[in-house]
Structure formats: C-alpha cells, structure tokens
Write a protein that binds this ligand. Sequence first.
Ligand code: XMP
Length: 549
Amino acid sequence: TVLILDFGSQYSHLITRRIRELGVYCELLPCTQKMADLHFQPKGIILSGSPYSVYDKDAPRVDPSVFDAGVPILGICYGLQEMTTFMGGQVDACEHREYGHAVLSVRKHPNHPFVDTLFAGLEGDNVQVWMSHGDQVSAAAPGFTVIAETRTAPFAAVAHEEKPFFGKLSQVGCEWSEILTRFIYLMIGIQFHPEVTHTVDGPQLLRNFVIGICQCDASWTMESFVDKEIERIRSVVGPIDHVIGAVSGGVDSTVAARLMHEAIGTRFHAVLVDNGVMRLNECANVKKMLGDKMGINIKVADAADLFLGRLKGVTDPEQKRKIIGNTFINVFEEEGGLIEQELERSQSDGKIKYLLQGTLYPDVIESISFKGPSATIKTHHNVGGLLDDMKLKLIEPLRELFKDEVRALGKILGLDDELVWRHPFPGPGIAIRVLGEVTKEQVEIARLADNIYIEEIKTNGYYRNISQAYAALLPIKAVGVMGDKRTYEQVIALRAVETKDFMTADIFASAEWFVCLKRISARIINEVKGVNRVVYDISSKPPATIEWE
Ligand code: XMP
C-alpha cells in the first residue's frame, strides 16, 4: 500500500486514481494523519499539492514522523515545499504564478541510481510536464540536490543527496535481506504534477516511484477486490448473523447489495422504502431486478402515503429533506423490527447486527478532510441516524472505491449496463424536483415529464454523454394556446449536466441536442396534462447547483 497524504489539492484524488490504475493499492488520508495511528505499513508515501502556501499561518503541516517512516517519500508541488521547509530550505512566492505546460530537463546522476529509476523513460531535455503553483523552492534544503529543472523552476525536482540509506532496525520486524530491498529511505520532491494528464509521462513517473523505487506489487485488480471483500464480509459478519441494508435502485446500493448477497446469501435483507417520490415504476423495477433476477431477499415498505402526509404544506427545501430523512429512518427501523420478529419466529440463532451502506471513497475523504466538514449547502439524505437507534454496526464494502471503480465492480458482478451507467438520483427524490408543496398530483406530473425526457435521451443515444438529467416542475403558471384555446398551466424545467465529480458541472449543450430538446418539449406538452411550457436550465454549477432545491 502507498500512503498519500492530502493537503487539500484539487488533484489529490487523481494521484490516488493514477496509482490504482497501475494496479497498486493506495490510500488517501488527510495530511494531519499521525503515523502512529496508521492501520497499515505503507511501502511509500506521497505528499500532495495544496491551495495553501507553506508560509501561511494556517498552512497544513505534516506529522514530522512521516520523514522518519523509513520508506521513500515523494513530495508533489506543496509536498515538495513542505519537505523543503521542514528540512531547512526556503520557499517563496514566484514573481509570476506558473500554470500550464513546462519543459523539464532531467540531469544525469550516475551516483544516484534512484534518480535514474525515477526518471526511467523520461530522460532528456524535453520532458513535457504540467505546472500549477504560485510558490516555489528558492533554496533547496541542506543535503538536497537538483535532479531536474525547467526554464522558470531551477528546483523543479530535488532528491536527498545522501539518502538512500537503510531504515532503522527498530522500525523493522523482518529479515535483513528484506530490509535491504524494502526499507530504503529516499526523499524526492517535484514541483510539477505527474497526476494530471497534461504531464504526458506522468503515469510512467508514478510507476517508477511506486513500483521501481517503493517496490510495491502491481496486483490490485477489481477481481481481486471482489474475492477479498467477500472474504472480509464473511469474517466480519460470521456464520449466523444477519445484515440489513436500504436499496434504492441506484448503482451504489445495488452493487453493495449484490456483493453482500454473494457473501452471505439470504442472511442479507434488502429494504426498499417506497417514499412516494420515486421515479415512474421504480419500486416494481427494483424489486424485479434485485429480487427476481439476482435472488436477493428484498422487502418493499409501502410508505408513500406516510411520506406525502408529512410533506403536506411544506415548501422549504431543507425542511423537505429533513422530513424525508427522518421518515425514512422511522420506516426503515420498523421494517428492521419486522424482519427481526420473523427471525425470532423461525427460531434463527442469528440476529441483525450490521447495517450495509454503499458509501464511496469520495464521501469518506470529504468527511475526514483536514479542513473539517465544509459548510452545509444542502443536507444530503443518508441513513446515518439508524446506527444509534438500531444499535447496528456499519459495514461499507465500497468505502475504498471511486464511482467508476464501483461501475467496474458492477460489471464484474454481472449487473446490466443500463444499471451500471444509471444517472444519480437524490435520496429525497422527486420531492426536491417539485418546487413548492409536494402533492401526489404534482409528483405525478414531474414523474411523467421526467419519464418522457429520460426515454428520449436514451432513444437518441445521449444517456451516456450526459452525467445527470431530470425534469423539475416549477410552482408557477404560464399562459399558452392549445387548439385555439387559452391555457394557463405549469412549467417543466429540463436539466442536463456534464460533470466528473458532481462538485462542479456544465450544462449539456450542442446544436443537435437543442433539436432533440424541441421534440422532447413537444412530447411533454402533448402528453403530460397540466403542462403548457418547457424550459431548459442553462445554469452551470457553481453558482447554481445540479438540483433546483
Ligand atoms: P447538487 O444539487 O448539490 O447535487 O449540486 C449534487 C449531486 O448530489 C445529488 N443530490 C443528492 N443525493 N441525497 C442524495 O442522495 C440528497 O439529498 C441529494 N441532494 C442532491 C444530486 O442529484 C447530484 O447528483
């Protein structure tokens, strides 16, 4: 495993991705991680970039024992600057911020075999790299030597002159021969970003570091992940106890449920809560897919009236989210109680002890970032409250994976393409897409319009190009004319965005797409009663958000 310490750079996740793509397992943890509390022994450490300057008063600092861990360290951008400051060098603001392509000249270091290993395949004076920094090293720390430079960055890459040396015996619980090969202590810092695609040979450089220098195995594959995770689930849950988990029809909860079912069969109980604000025919479809097709033990809790009753008269978006979140917990707990009673009746020895959640890696990182939880923009619906009330332990088989890795896992587990590539759908469902009060009738209008929209997107081959699309129902009326008669009806807003991480998003737009939108608009107005106007939302995120509420 490689440890990546995150100083908050927008590229930190990319370092993690690139290394996993090499087949090497790595973990991204906040830079404040104490080495003494690490739950694994890393074979190498990478220090990420950061939006901070090392000389800022509140600049993030690394645990000093990182530099004493006895494994090779690679500092990238801020990581290099942090390493330099810590070791007694100097970092200053550049006269001009450098953002973009740069050409790197790599120096030969016959006495330093690790420099050659690091730059294997990137030799010469014309290595294309990507820079993004406002500060740079102005004096290397004592003991460091320049191993590559660019026109504007004389310290574009530095390495410790005397190290490598061998790790201290006290840190090592293994044979001498292994010490010689595994515990080499090397410090390298680079100003450029090998993790972004503009650094053409970035993957090669990272490979050279993690496989060549740190000597990690490139054996991490999704198939190996499946086997290991199934084994892990079995050993955690044991031979008799049961697991309960909510499913929604989305890719994360379906993949988590499928994995759990593979591991413990019918001792996994999936619960689908019908909250009355799901998509058209969603409950029946999910039940068919998980229950009939995959053989998962699934129960549908029909709570549509309860949810809609509690939402009556409520128009505030945050209020809607809270009501839906709390009601969800009530219904899920009640379902859990019923399943438990059934287990007792059947005189099963096991009890429900675990709650399955499809938490992904970005959610985990977000919540443990050194910056602390970011200000609440929207309260996202989750089932966290269940743990306290139901006294369950959490089990999260996807917590190490990124979204596209979950999709790859879904494919390995035999899920249909349609499901694997499904757009995300928010927990509070159509309730946050019906602006204003949520009634059965309003939900039905939004649902029918959305169904036509998604159907057309699929038939016209746009579904995979769009990251998320949906129809929202606006709480206003507009005048129209249909068959010579004046109409006064509601407005549907169509949204379609392209995004990688859902943190920022651009609208989906092209000349052909607008022609398609014309057809979709005509279909919605003709087929959905109560709508006489369709608009397309052309706001990007930020300043707008993807959902309207
Ligand atoms: P926003 O509207 O914040 O949405 O730009 C970003 C992504 O999150 C989804 N979203 C939610 N997902 N519960 C969820 O499970 C929620 O409460 C929720 N609110 C927004 C949204 O659909 C988009 O994919």
